[in-house]
Design a protein around this ligand. Structure first.
Ligand code: PLP
Length: 486
């Protein structure tokens, strides 16, 4: 504990005895899987039919597989490894924390590294947010945000007890847990579980200039249309029953890096304010510098009541996510029950906090946001140069170092390719195995129409040469994929 008081930790589990024979069997299964990369893997991989390539090492922004093949990781995994691998400062900070202590129960205790990380995060919001809560994954953070919004209303007045509804958007992804998936508008990821998702999540349209704006419509008219739709949704559900409106400032996996149009979030916040509901922004993917500012909302002229963070927070050095709450929410809890009714065994994990704190210090002290902006502009201009004229590239959009390319069968009608073509997955495979880059594939679904896109999210430390390599190889990959489909 912080005071230096020593306690005997009586709840740590006793190691279970394992039969030597069983141990041998498991070891040999693992050895077989590693050597062949094929049958008998004990890992429940995403595909039980096609085992994935095995990553065995990394250098900076490159990954090496067990067969010696190397790729430039142009997506930082799932927009995570923003500093690449082997950052010496982060490694050292994690080891220093392990040398002090590796775990404590952060539901009962605080610790200095957690205090420092949360202070750093709050400072990064220039005082707009008041408190940070640390967990392990983006899905957990989104579930926490839901519960926090609900608790906020139970704290402020008994009359607000009716607020149990959430309004989220189509073409969104907020996580894989029941709460996160309930808020997600990602049809493919939801479809198998529809009957068990939460009934109190309602949906409005995404803000997607490419797909949503009518011909001749101005940005102002489009924003007014979406604000009106949100207003009507409040009216339909009953405004006094709505907890929060939930959105990603830049839509990640569901649509492929789609930023909102100018004025959109101000208008949406206006509707929330009109009915006293909260604004929850999911910055799990677009936050911590990915979009060119530390927080994506800093480009929108709004401050959320609750926001979530994850991927770029710890840069993949440790699993970590955060929920930040503003003063309105923090004060309600402080003046009410005084405690967030929630908790995780691994919340505020000290080694994850040490990793994230150092990642954030590196971003700040090395002025990496400037690099994100500069390299982002280069990536944008090169993608447009190489691909604007491509017959099957319908749209290129993004912010900072977060870019998406959407494929269409017909540029005039914007008709997508039939799902059976598997365009995005084909581009992904050719990029990986042929060109040696990673392109994160996705099939967004809007208005029941399936569309293909790939997403690019290079490291904040990327050099200009690497961005040139990524852009050119992206073009070559897309050319090759469509040659195959001809
Ligand atoms: N929210 C967004 C915007 C995401 O992109 C993701 C993951 O891709 C999540 C939530 C869920 O995060 P996790 O996969 O860490 O649970």
């Amino acid at each position: 504990a912080m005071s230096g008081t020593k306690i005997l930790c009586s709840t740590s589990p006793t190691p279970k005895f394992m039969m030597p024979r069983q141990q041998r069997t498991l070891a040999s299964i693992a050895a077989t899987a590693i050597s062949t990369g094929e049958q008998d893997s004990a890992v429940l991989h995403r595909s039980l039919k096609t085992p994935p390539m095995l990553v065995v090492s990394a250098r900076e922004r490159h990954l090496t597989f067990s067969d010696g093949h190397e790729i430039l990781d142009s997506t930082c995994g799932a927009a995570v490894a923003c500093l690449g691998s082997h950052n010496e400062r982060v490694k050292k900070a994690m080891i220093e924390q392990i040398d002090k202590f590796s775990y404590c129960n952060s539901m009962f205790f605080g610790h200095p590294i957690g205090e420092q990380l949360c202070a750093e995060l709050i400072q990064g919001t220039e005082g707009a947010m008041a408190k940070a809560y640390i967990m392990c994954s983006g899905s957990e953070a989104m579930d926490s945000a839901m519960k926090m919004a609900r608790q906020y209303f139970t704290e402020i007045s008994p009359q607000e007890n009716k607020r149990i509804n959430f309004i989220a958007r189509e073409g969104s992804y907020h996580g894989t847990t029941i709460g996160g998936l309930s808020m997600s508008g990602h049809v493919a990821r939801r479809s198998l579980f529809l009957d068990m998702l939460l009934p109190n999540v309602h949906r409005v349209s995404a803000c997607n200039a490419y797909r949503g704006m009518k011909k001749g419509q101005t940005t102002e008219q489009y924003v007014a249309q979406l604000a009106d739709e949100l207003d009507r949704k409040f009216q339909e559900i009953g405004p006094e029953t709505v907890c929060a409106f939930v959105a990603e400032p830049v839509v990640g996996a569901a649509l492929g890096c789609v930023p909102s149009v100018e004025g959109y979030f101000k208008a949406m916040k206006g509707v929330c304010d009109k009915y006293g509901a909260l604004l929850i922004l999911d910055e799990v993917m677009s936050g911590m510098g990915r979009s060119g500012t530390l927080h994506a909302w800093q480009q929108e002229g709004v401050v959320p009541d609750i926001q979530t963070l994850a991927k770029g927070l710890g840069g993949g050095y440790a699993p970590i996510a955060a929920m930040l709450i503003n003063h309105r929410v923090a004060d309600a809890l402080k003046n009410g029950t005084g405690a967030f009714s929630h908790g995780h065994t691994y919340q505020g994990h000290p080694v994850s906090c040490a990793a994230a704190l150092e990642v954030q210090r590196v971003i700040r002290e090395d002025d990496l946001l400037t690099n994100v902006k500069k390299r982002g502009e280069l990536l944008s201009s090169l993608l447009h140069k190489h691909l604007d004229g491509h017959p099957y590239v319908g749209n290129i959009r993004g912010r900072g170092l977060f870019w998406g390319i959407e494929f269409v069968a017909d540029k005039q009608t914007k008709d997508p390719f039939p799902p059976s073509f598997g365009v995005a997955n084909l581009v992904h495979t050719i990029g990986l195995k042929g060109q040696g880059i990673s392109l994160y594939p996705g099939t967004g679904t809007l208005d029941g129409v399936k569309g293909d896109h790939v997403l690019l999210a290079p490291a904040y430390t990327s050099t200009a040469e690497e961005i040139e390599e990524i852009s050119l190889k992206t073009k070559l990959t897309i050319d090759q994929a469509f040659e195959k489909l001809q």
